[in-house]
Design a protein around this ligand. Structure first.
Ligand code: AMP
Ligand code: MN
Ligand code: MN
Ligand code: MN
Length: 301
C-alpha cells in the first residue's frame, strides 16, 4: 500500500518535470533557423522532447524529425493553425480575434489536416500584397519583394517577415516595436484577414490523431467572460489542452492559466514559442517547469 501511494504521488511530479518543449518555429514559417539548427539548439539545452509547430504548415517536420532521430532526441510533429474566432455574426458589435491552435503529435500526412492547412495558407500572398500597399501608403515603399526575400517558404509569408524588413529599414528598433507601430489592428500596415474557424482547426488535428492545444491564451484581447466562453467551446469541440508555460506569457500569467486548465479539465502544455536568436524570451528547453497539479499534455500522446 505504501509503495502504491508513493508511486501515485511521485510519478506525476516527475512527469511534470520532464523538459518537453512543445512550441517552436523554423524557417518553414516565420522562425529564423532551419529545422536542423532548431533541433541542435534543443539538444544543447537538454530537451527531453521537441515539437516543431510552424504556422499553417508542416513543411519543416520531415527535416526536423530526421535531425532529431540522428541526435537521439524525442521529436513531436506539430503545427500552429491560424483561426478567426468567433464565426461571422456571433459578435455583431465587435470584430473577431485571431487565435492560434497548436496541434501536437499529428500525422502530417493525413489528408484532412493537409487539405485544411492548404486552405489556411491560401490567401497569405494576396494579404502580403495588401500589406505592402498599406505600408507604402504609410510612407514605407517597396516592402513586398524584401519580405519575400526573408522567407524560407514563400507560401508562408506573414507579418513577421515584414516586421524584419521594417527593422532593417530603421522604421523601429525591433520586431515587437514594428508590430506595435504598424502591424496590429488599428495600425497603418494592418490588413484584416479571415483564417480557419475553430471547429475546423480542432477537427483537422483530431482527424490526424493529434492533440489540439490553445496557444498562449493570455495573449488574446478577450475579457474574462469571453475567455471562459473560448475554453468551454474549445473543450466541447474536442480541444484537449491549453498552454500554461510559454514564452508568449508573462511569468505572472502561468498561475492564472494553470487555474483555468484545472477548472476546465484541460491538460497543460509548455513551449517556448521560439522564433530565433534575439526574437524570443526563451530558447527551446529553457522555460520553467509546469506548475504542480496539472496533467501535462504529453500524457495524452
Ligand atoms: P501572421 O500569421 O502573418 O499574422 O503573423 C503572426 C506572427 O506574428 C505571430 O506568430 C508572431 O510570430 C508574430 N507577432 C504577432 N504579434 C506580435 C507582437 N506583438 N510582437 C512580436 N511578434 C508578433
Ligand atoms: Mn510566429
Ligand atoms: Mn502563436
Ligand atoms: Mn508560435
Amino acid at each position: 500500500m505504501r509503495g502504491l501511494l508513493r508511486c501515485a504521488t511521485v510519478f506525476p511530479r516527475r512527469a511534470i518535470l520532464l523538459n518537453f518543449d512543445l512550441h517552436n518555429h523554423s524557417d518553414a514559417s516565420d522562425g529564423l533557423l532551419p529545422p536542423q539548427s532548431l533541433v541542435a539548439l534543443a539538444q544543447r539545452n537538454a530537451c527531453d522532447a521537441l515539437a516543431l509547430t510552424d504556422h499553417d504548415t508542416t513543411a519543416g517536420v520531415a527535416a526536423a524529425a530526421e535531425a532529431a532521430r540522428e541526435a537521439g532526441l524525442r521529436f513531436v510533429p506539430g503545427v500552429e493553425i491560424s483561426v478567426t474566432w468567433p464565426n461571422e455574426g456571433v459578435w455583431p458589435d465587435r470584430g473577431p480575434v485571431t487565435l492560434h491552435i497548436v496541434g501536437l503529435n499529428v500525422d502530417v500526412s493525413h489528408p484532412v489536416l493537409r487539405d485544411g492547412l492548404l486552405s489556411v495558407r491560401n490567401g497569405r500572398r494576396a494579404r502580403a500584397a495588401r500589406m505592402a500597399d498599406a505600408l507604402a501608403e504609410a510612407g514605407i515603399p517597396d516592402t513586398l519583394e524584401a519580405a519575400y526575400a526573408l522567407t524560407g517558404n514563400e507560401d508562408m509569408i506573414g507579418r513577421t517577415h515584414f516586421a524584419r524588413v521594417l527593422v532593417q529599414r530603421g522604421a523601429a528598433k525591433n520586431v515587437g516595436q514594428v508590430f506595435a507601430k504598424f502591424l496590429t489592428s488599428g495600425r497603418p500596415g494592418y490588413v484584416p484577414h479571415r483564417w480557419a474557424d475553430l471547429a475546423g482547426a480542432v477537427a483537422w488535428i483530431r482527424a490526424a490523431g493529434g492533440v489540439p492545444v490553445i496557444a498562449h491564451p493570455g495573449r488574446y484581447k478577450l475579457d474574462d467572460g469571453e475567455r471562459r466562453q473560448l475554453f468551454g467551446e474549445f473543450r466541447d469541440l474536442g480541444g484537449l489542452a491549453i498552454e500554461v508555460v510559454t514564452g508568449s506569457h508573462e511569468p505572472r500569467q502561468y498561475g492564472e492559466f494553470a487555474a483555468h486548465a484545472r477548472t476546465f479539465g484541460l491538460a497543460a502544455s509548455r513551449g517556448a514559442d521560439y522564433h530565433g536568436p534575439g526574437e524570443s524570451r526563451f530558447e527551446p528547453g529553457t522555460l520553467p517547469p509546469l506548475p504542480a497539479g496539472l496533467t501535462p499534455v504529453w500524457d495524452l500522446f
